[in-house]
Write a protein that binds this ligand. Structure first.
Ligand SMILES: [Zn+2]
Ligand SMILES: [Zn+2]
Length: 328
């Protein structure tokens, strides 16, 4: 090999670690809020071109990795020849570096629980109330062995339960990202939105939430205040947020969830803080729509129609399907 070729090779080998991160890769491990087991809320988020990421909610995990692998989402991930793992196993063991759990409802953690016996050691990042619920509800030796590092003995300590302080930035171990947690009101349960950052770029991943007006809360408005500057500067690359019901759902039956009308109203509040036109083409990924067992158009069709019809902020609404990958 001549000297220039060797230099180019060393440069290309050095680049992945040293590259200045720009944006995110997002793989949908679970697209729905119910009722299809194996496809519940979970988004694998990593810096663009860097496979080391975290899952924002873990309703699905191994099945999500399996479907994503089949759709080519991990084609660029090379499994070392001496690794005992398939690419799905390698992703779980080596590249899923931790979990962000918005709240302990089963549809947001079932994938983590199911995979835990074969998972590798890594942190679970959550608000204190959520980690307490995970320990008492699942890792209690009754529902499941205690794979955590708190609660009932013996503690298997596979998962280091890390309590996040609202509004405080925490490094995500083993990744080039950090996270800041914001509490959400979810019909009496504390849920969480996670602001994930790499370099100057950020992405917001919401757990279940009701509208501020219905929850008698300022939780979502406070998050908009916190991120308005990043929206104005174009540093917020995408928002993942739920819209569980169509506009036909009455407010008294929201059970801590959003409709298209409520999401649009909230986004107008963000635009007010970030500046007119600031949400133009902002990708907004709509999570937590239920899989329907009924004949006729699936609910995601109606929800997307209602979002598009009221979209005076110019956001780019995306209905995810399991295994889809985007670069934002
Ligand atoms: Zn849910
Ligand atoms: Zn929930």
């Amino acid at each position: 090999m001549n000297r220039i070729a060797a230099f180019v090779l060393s440069l290309s080998v050095a680049l992945p670690g040293a590259a200045v991160a720009a944006g995110f890769d997002v793989v949908t491990l679970g697209a729905r809020g119910g009722i299809e087991d194996g496809n519940l809320s979970a988004f694998l988020i990593s810096p663009q071109g860097d496979p080391r990421g975290v899952a924002c909610d873990v309703g699905a995990l191994v099945n999500g990795l399996r479907v994503a692998e089949a759709k080519g989402a991990f084609d660029s991930v090379a499994v070392p020849a001496d690794s005992p793992y398939t690419r799905i196993g390698y992703m779980l063991a080596e590249n899923v570096k931790g979990y962000l759990v918005s709240h302990a409802h089963m549809d947001h953690i079932a994938g983590l629980i199911a995979a835990s016996p074969d998972d590798t050691k890594k942190p679970i990042y959550a608000l204190p109330s959520v980690n307490a619920d995970i320990s008492s509800t699942y890792f209690n030796w009754d529902a499941w062995p205690n794979f955590g590092d708190r609660g009932k003995e013996p503690q298997l300590k596979k998962y280091a339960m890390r309590d996040l302080t609202p509004g405080a930035k925490t490094a995500l171990d083993g990744t080039a990202m950090s996270v800041t947690a914001f509490p959400l009101a979810h019909s009496g349960v504390e849920s969480t939105a996670f602001l994930i950052e790499t370099g100057d770029d950020a992405i917001l991943c919401f757990g279940d939430t009701g509208p501020d007006e219905v929850e008698k809360s300022t939780a979502i408005a406070d998050i908009w205040t916190a991120v308005a500057g990043k929206v104005s500067d174009g540093k917020l690359k995408a928002v993942i947020i739920e819209t569980s019901y169509t506009n036909a759902q009455p407010d008294k039956s929201l059970f801590g969830h959003l409709t298209p009308a409520w999401l649009l109203k909230s986004l107008r509040g963000l635009e007010e803080k970030a500046g007119r036109g600031s949400l133009k083409d902002l990708p907004v990924v709509i999570s937590h729509i239920k899989y329907s067992l009924k004949k006729g158009a699936p609910p995601q069709d109606d929800i997307l129609k209602e979002l598009v019809a009221g979209n005076d902020v110019g956001a780019k609404f995306i209905i995810p399907e399991q295994g889809m990958k985007w670069s934002f």
